[in-house]
Design a protein around this ligand. Structure first.
Ligand code: SF4
Length: 444
């Protein structure tokens, strides 16, 4: 099983959130530094890694079916190494080795810092390894010259873990306690991204606005860190996700009007509109507090775009509770919503709650909610037709034939322009709008 030959190839399948994208970039650079090269498909690889998500039942099933498809490759190439990393690896650990004989490696998110050692063990001694310690600091990024060249945007994790233990959420159980990275490491990483040509950075954390680092006799909280990043030359845009309403301070709200490159967009999950359900969820705020925070944001930065996460079918959710969720959505008028059906996560306190909502009821509530949000999003997007929007040009659109970029409010815009303008900010006159995209013409 020794793949230390220079021709060894790796393939990483990434599922789930931006934090997993960030972790996969870390693993890719680690492997490139160890002589591996990227494979175009699993069929060409000597090492396959699945970076998994377990925030709901659906992504968990997706990981198992992907793993199932890999087993035939192992029959053809017994030297193939297959590993599962990420949140599902953390949640299930050794059980995965018992269940999936094709698996050689199971590594949780905090163990990525020791991934090379795990790989050496598997390669050297043909052993199968599980590593799921949660008391480790997240790894520092490894640099690999040119890895980000050609990329206009990149993620940058500033903290990991969560201390909130919302009753439905598995994240604190699989990502560990909140750990903030030293601010100088974050600034150094941002500097190297900018030198490689990145022009927009999104700061990541499961609870990004509770960032707090103490060192050198000083304290860096989130607004202060944003201020420092805002000063960095070459950084055209700064974004962050995911925020918690309880940590949305006045200072952070002011940051939007104070920091020149901080985009006027915030992703602020509300999850439910009923105070009774918010209490059962352990969210730590009421609908009134959430609406007041939204008002404060809009007073400080009127054009700010607000997106959110919402869940239907939480245990005990009544028709009345659901109506309160719809009512909050109408009152706020979100630019877009990530909406989900509640699903039990093993080990969470909600899993043990009574009053589980039947699947058909969850499905009809989710449909009603998504239909309402579609109306709101289309109306907001159509209101941008005829306006000039500042767009960071990112590259060819997925559909091809056009170039794409995003507005400050994080809306996708498609237009025609020369590829030499990629990585630049330009004014675009919006001509047409749909539910998920805008179209326009370069206007400067
Ligand atoms: S704050 Fe977010 S990540 Fe943390 S427990 Fe709640 S839902 Fe999960």
């Amino acid at each position: 099983m020794n793949h230390r030959s220079l021709s060894a190839k790796f393939y990483i399948k990434t599922m789930g959130c931006q934090m997993n994208d960030y972790d996969s970039d870390y693993l890719a650079r680690l492997l490139l530094n160890n002589g591996y090269s990227p494979a175009g498909s699993p069929e060409q690889a000597d090492l396959i890694l699945i970076n998994t998500c377990t925030v709901r039942a659906k992504p968990e099933q997706k990981a198992y079916s992907f793993l199932g498809r890999m087993s035939s490759l192992k029959e053809r190439n017994p030297d193939l190494i297959i590993g599962m990393v990420g949140c599902l690896a953390q949640m299930k650990g050794p059980e995965l080795l018992r269940r999936f004989p094709v698996l050689d490696i199971v590594v949780g998110p905090r163990e990525l810092v020791r991934f090379q050692r795990v790989l050496d063990k598997v390669q050297g001694k043909s052993r199968r390894v599980v590593a799921t310690c949660l008391d480790l600091r997240p790894p520092n990024p490894v640099s690999f010259r040119g890895y980000f060249s050609g990329r206009v945007t990149a993620n940058l994790s500033i903290m990991q873990g969560c201390n909130n233990f919302c009753s439905y959420c598995i994240v604190p159980h699989v990502r560990g306690r909140e750990v903030s990275r030293p601010h100088r490491e974050i600034l150094a990483e941002a500097g190297s991204l900018i030198r490689e040509g990145v022009r927009e950075i999104t700061l990541l954390g499961q609870n990004v606005n509770s960032y707090r680092w103490q060192g050198d006799g000083k304290t860096w909280d989130f607004p202060r860190l944003l201020g420092e990043l805002g000063e960095m030359g070459g950084l055209l845009r700064l974004r962050f996700t995911t925020s918690h309403p309880k940590d949305l301070s006045e200072d952070l709200i002011d940051s939007f009007s104070r920091i020149r490159n901080l985009c006027a967009h915030i992703h602020l999950p509300f999850q439910a509109g009923s105070n009774r359900i918010l209490k059962l969820m352990g969210r730590g705020y009421t609908r009134e507090i959430y609406l007041e925070r939204v008002q404060a944001l809009r007073k400080s930065i009127p054009p700010i775009a607000i997106t959110s996460d919402v869940m239907v079918g939480f245990p005990g959710e009544s028709e009345r509770d659901f109506e309160l969720t719809l009512d909050l959505i109408r009152r706020v008028g979100f630019d877009s919503l990530f909406s989900f059906k509640y699903s039990d996560r093993v080990g969470t306190s909600a899993e043990k709650m009574g009053g589980k909502v039947p699947e058909p009821v969850k499905a009809s509530r989710l449909k009603a909610l998504q239909d309402l949000q579609k109306e709101i999003s289309i109306k907001l997007n159509k209101a941008l037709v005829g306006t000039l929007q500042q767009v960071l040009i990112e590259g060819p659109s997925k559909k091809g034939g056009e170039i794409t970029g995003r507005t400050e409010s994080n809306k996708v815009v498609n237009f025609i322009c020369d590829q030499s303008m990629i990585g630049q900010l330009h004014k675009v006159l919006i001509k047409h709008a749909s539910l998920n995209s805008l179209w326009g013409e370069i206007a400067d």
